[in-house]
Design a binder for this molecule. Structure first.
Ligand code: UD1
Length: 419
């Protein structure tokens, strides 16, 4: 079978409005949380992405009934009692580790394979495991399989994370929501997706307080019921389309977004010379002036600049006049777009965690390959602003995080097609 590609004819200014879909990184833990409920949950604004389909396949394998109706996913967990996630489902999506807390919370047992490394480099789960051990879980690791059994949970458990891991915070919240005992997470991740997960859990009858701050208190309850919930908008997708507007000298209205979650991104685009105007649930961006280099962009846990937006901003900076620097503090291997951007004529020097981008006058179309999800999105942005035709391969990575990126971009005037 021939591999799908995106073919992009660069140099078309984009203009119009894009409705931003629900957040991948919120829908995955919310889908996992639906397993904790005794009953049916209706999850609206759940993005139709390969990763969310993988999550519903995991739920199905655990005995849940899942169906999609338009933008909503309905999960009936009434009779679900599975506790094993197969190796092949674990491999489909590295973030399926977020099912660990939910499965253990409901069934008291969980067997799944170790997620191992991924495109972003090693992604350890030591913080997830040590927190669960503190909560009384017995964990046996054997040949890459984790066999976990719930034990006596302390009536109060203080967990201090050595770094504010998003996944570890989510797993602790999921595991602690059902059952007896108070769990306090210090140095918890503060990402908006954490608040969204807490919102879902609380709508199901959980008692999670402080989400969005660095101290989260979870008081276990004896049962969780289903609920109807709408997933937050995807702030990384919104930032991607901001990057597309910046790279093409275009102007876009991004609707259905939450600007309050996006200040660090908006300020980088403003510094590049774009006009960025947040409204209640919209962001307006225009790029009337040529882009200019920015002061050092450092990726940080929220509310700092998000690592997922780093390749997107890098792609826009390739044609910004002057020298910009990016320091990647979260993942070791997140300069995956650099070599491909250089094939398009970018001038980037990356070493270790630092990349120096010397703005060039123009980029030219080339045959490039997406090495991971956001690196793929970065190539699309660069291609939109390049001269000539770019062919992006390996686009299954892009489909993990964007609902038909080509349809959204075509609707605002980009010349892009999937072949
Ligand atoms: C989540 C997001 C991902 C985003 C990242 C950081 C999902 C599905 N993915 O990933 O898109 O880029 O947050 O905002 O929501 N770490 C450890 N030990 C652990 C856990 C993490 O050392 O047990 C390290 C990681 O290697 C990494 C850093 O902590 O360097 C951040 O990881 P974490 O916040 O856990 O990211 P994820 O939840 O994997």
């Amino acid at each position: 079978m021939l591999e799908a590609r995106l073919i992009i004819e660069g140099g078309k200014r984009i203009e119009g409005e894009i409705q931003v879909h629900g957040a991948k990184n919120s829908s995955l833990p919310v889908l996992a949380a639906a397993f904790l409920c005794d009953g049916t949950s209706v999850i609206h604004n759940c993005p139709a992405l390969s990763d969310s389909y993988a999550a519903t396949r995991i739920l199905g394998s655990l005995g849940c009934k899942c169906k999609r109706e338009g933008g909503s996913v309905i999960v009936d967990s009434s009779n679900a009692d599975g506790c094993t996630v197969s190796d092949c489902l674990m491999r489909e999506m590295r973030s399926s580790i977020v099912f660990l807390g939910a499965i253990l919370g409901r069934t008291g047992r969980c067997r799944l394979s170790f997620p191992g490394g991924c495109e972003l480099g090693p992604r350890p789960i030591d913080l997830h495991l040590s927190a669960l051990k503190k909560l009384g879980v017995k964990i046996v690791e054997d040949h890459g399989v984790l066999d976990c059994t719930a034990g006596q949970r302390p009536s109060r458990c203080d967990i201090t994370l050595s770094l504010p891991s998003v996944g570890a915070t989510e797993n602790i919240m999921l595991y602690s929501s059902l059952g007896v005992g108070e769990t306090v997470i210090y140095n918890a991740a503060r990402e908006p997706e954490i608040s969204d997960l807490a919102g879902f859990l609380n709508s199901c009858g959980a008692c999670v307080q402080g989400a969005g701050s660095s101290t989260i208190v979870i008081n276990g309850v004896s049962e969780l019921h289903g609920c109807e919930y709408s997933v937050m908008p995807d702030r990384i997708v919104a930032a991607t389309y901001m990057g597309a507007a910046a790279a093409t000298g275009g102007e876009l209205i991004l609707s259905g977004v939450n600007p309050a979650d996006m200040y660090s991104c908006m300020s980088v685009f403003s510094e590049m010379g774009c006009g960025v105007y947040p409204y209640t649930d919209k962001i307006f961006i225009n790029a009337k002036k040529p882009l200019k280099a920015v002061r050092t962009v450092r990726t940080m846990p929220y509310p700092g600049f998000p690592t997922d937006c780093q390749p997107i901003v890098m792609a826009a900076l390739c044609r910004a006049s002057g020298t910009s620097m990016i320091v990647e503090n979260i993942f070791e291997n997140r300069f995956m777009a650099v070599d491909e951007l250089m094939r398009m004529g970018a001038d980037i020097k990356a070493e270790g965690r630092v990349a120096v981008i010397e703005g060039v006058k123009s980029l030219s179309g080339a045959q490039v390959r997406a090495a991971d999800l956001r690196a793929g999105a970065a190539l699309v942005i660069a291609a939109l602003g390049a001269e000539g035709t770019t062919s992006v391969s390996n686009i299954h990575f892009i489909d993990r995080g964007y609902e038909s990126i080509e349809t959204a971009l075509k609707s605002v005037g980009a010349d892009i097609k999937r072949v």
